[in-house]
Design a protein around this ligand. Structure first.
Ligand SMILES: *Cc1c(COP(=O)(O)O)cnc(C)c1O
Length: 238
């Protein structure tokens, strides 16, 4: 690929953002939902911090990352841009302390040890970190994908809600690799409703990526995590 100037890249990102915006608007219209109730989180993982800056110039406020080391560097480079940082990937317990320092929302809480570690660090830094319980929607559990099985969600939600440094935001899921995303996100919507019975303020539902954001909007997602459709196909990990 020929090197692109910042101006060309910015135009490309703007066009992709506009197209994703049209998809969200259309999906909301089909579902009878207000587009204002759907937040786009642009997942910038593997892309350079220069892209994050261009996105910020284009009005993006919510960005997502999935590796602590990469995220930390970008957060440091973007001080003053007034961005909301979402951590969307599998989180190792030994990275929780670092992530709790800069993440505003952690989408991938699926273990009580992680709750404990995030809580301790959040309190140390005088922060409140919003946490989503990641639900495993795979019929056959796949190692490495993360998430709590449905039966374990209420206890995990209670653990987050009881942590003084954390705020229970709601639930998150990734659609199973094969299978109907609509069915999976419907299940997530029912689980989200159950969580809200005990925790009425836990209204966030993080679901939907580049390939299935329409299904997620149809099922009530409040947060879409979109990478490829905005930034392009991911460059190989460096
Ligand atoms: C990378 C990633 C996304 C974005 O996926 P795209 O298909 O590139 O839109 C969303 N959620 C999680 C958890 C991710 O790791």
């Amino acid at each position: 690929m020929e090197a692109m100037t910042a101006e060309e890249r910015s135009r490309e990102l703007a066009a992709n953002l506009a197209e994703v915006g049209r998809r969200i608007t259309r999906a909301c219209a089909d579902a009878g939902r207000d587009p204002g109730d759907v937040t786009l989180v642009v997942v910038t993982k593997t892309w350079p911090v220069s892209d994050v800056r261009l996105l910020a110039e284009l009005g993006v406020r919510e960005v997502g990352e999935n590796r602590d080391q990469e995220a930390r560097g970008k957060v440091d480079d973007c001080v003053g841009l007034d961005l909301v940082w979402h951590f969307v990937g599998r989180l190792q317990t030994n990275k929780a302390g670092s992530v709790a320092r800069y993440a505003d929302v952690v989408h991938s809480v699926d273990r009580t040890r992680l709750v404990t570690a995030l809580d301790r660090a959040a309190q140390q830094h005088g922060r409140s970190v919003t946490c989503l319980v990641q639900v495993d929607l795979d019929q056959v559990p796949e190692p490495g994908r993360g998430g709590v099985e449905e039966a374990g969600v209420p206890a995990m939600a209670d653990a987050v809600a009881a942590a003084r440094g954390l705020c229970l935001g709601g639930v998150m899921a990734v659609a199973p690799r094969d299978g109907d995303p609509r069915e999976a996100f419907d299940r997530l919507a029912r689980i989200a409703e159950l969580v809200r019975r005990d925790h009425p303020d836990a209204t966030l539902v993080s679901a939907g990526m580049s390939g299935d954001l329409e299904e997620a909007v149809a099922c009530g997602a409040t947060h879409l995590r979109v990478g490829t459709a905005v930034l392009g196909s991911r460059p190989p990990l460096g």
